[in-house]
Design a protein around this ligand. Sequence first.
Ligand SMILES: Nc1ncnc2c1ncn2[C@@H]1O[C@H](COP(=O)(O)OP(=O)(O)OP(=O)(O)O)[C@@H](O)[C@H]1O
Ligand SMILES: [Mg+2]
Length: 507
Amino acid sequence: MVPATMAEMWTTMGSTIASFMFIWAIVRQYCPYEIRRFFEKYTHRFMGYFYPYIRISIHEFSGDRLKRSEAYAAVEAYLSSNTSKSAKRLKAEMGKDSRNLVLSMEEYERVTDEFQGAKVWWVLNKALSPSRSMSMTYYPEQEKKFYKLTFHRKYREMITATYLEHVLREGREIRLRNRQRKLYTNSPGYKWPSYKQTMWSHIVFEHPATFETMALEPEKKQEIIEDLLTFSKSKDFYARIGKAWKRGYLLYGPPGTGKSTMIAAMANLLSYDVYDLELTAVKDNTELRKLLIETTCKSIIVIEDIDCSLDLTGQRNKKSEKSGAEVENKSNKERKEPKEEGNSSSRVTLSGLLNFIDGLWSSCGGERLIVFTTNYVEKLDPALIRRGRMDKHIELSYCSFKGFKVLAKNYLNLENHQMFDTVEKLIGEIKVTPADVAENLMPKSPLDDPEKCLANLIQALEEAKEEQEEAEAAKEMDEESSKENEPTKEDATEPPQVNKEIEKPDT
Ligand SMILES: Nc1ncnc2c1ncn2[C@@H]1O[C@H](COP(=O)(O)OP(=O)(O)OP(=O)(O)O)[C@@H](O)[C@H]1O
Ligand SMILES: [Mg+2]
């Protein structure tokens, strides 16, 4: 009797659920959003009485949509390594160093995991957010991905307290292990649609520069390396002193002295991502802030040629027009023109940039370096580069003999050679950049041996020396002739009208 009643009960319950599901399918398909919400609410309540399972969703983008959820990324990593054996539909992507394939779940794939005797199910789901039309602009539907975890309610305590923590911890570790470092850029000129969730595009960062291969005074090199390593291990220290965990570096010096190379070496030393920020492509301060929020920790945010990126120099130029004469004297070859094009469209202001560096928003994330490079440090507004903002100022200058020895080791595998004395003498006499030395040490043909390369370099240095001597002689002559043409005291006392008449061009 009892089994018959039980069987009847199950049948009734089954058909009730089936009818309910049928109605629900129709409602979902045809009803307006409000009615659907109403039904959804009561369906969940109703199902709750019979359905013994609990679900947890982990969304890729949380409510504010500014940043990809770290929990989602950790779950993704955890599942890709733990469930690839049980999943039937997998997605394969190139992994770290492009050597191996990393497998992850395909959408709607369901996998099982076991933890301390409890069975759980993971599904990667996707939902479309409704399209909206606002102020004449149409925003297409967005795909919102989320992982759904299902487990029996008797394991609630254990899953929410222990299992999820285990997943996140393992996921983070896997992510760190498999981390492929990236070089991000905010593409210039591209109008980012407001519905697009990220403002940066990236490629894999594979620059081979290291501090070892940099031509730099060994003591200076060691100091920079120690500074960087200390920073990367100072999380607790920064927390204790109440300062955001970030550090600013200003790299300055003539073109070709290794500023960009040093940024790559920094990223390689610390295993950080690089965000190469093209300031002239940033529309305004709000967009700058958005870009900042989207950067991750363990990264270097770079603004190259900061003096050309924005009109940050105006104030100071006016103040020091006289001292600007020195800058004017620099050869046109060395000088980089400001990016007029970008300036016209960018409305980023100095205060916006200062806020970017050390405003409240800059502290989110932590463990970030901000690096500016410039050829003309004297042109920058002092507020921008004061200590505390740009904590460390590093001058990269012309090649020294010690620098040359590093390059000779890199390029020719030579630690010493009798021709080094000549190079040392010439390098001491003229200004030559490491880029020029490096270029001249490159074999010009497959038959060039180290001696030939050194001979090429010596020849280039001798030519450069002659050029510099000629240029200096010409400059001296110019100075002398301008001294001779300088107005005498009597000239200076003459009434201005007379001078004006003399200067008047013939018509
Ligand atoms: N200090 C250095 N050590 C090793 N190589 C260097 C150094 N400086 C320059 N080089 C070589 O010269 C090339 C140009 O250097 P890099 O781009 O780093 O110069 P830069 O200072 O950034 O110049 P710019 O101011 O024009 O941007 C590099 O590819 C590198 O090979
Ligand atoms: Mg550079």
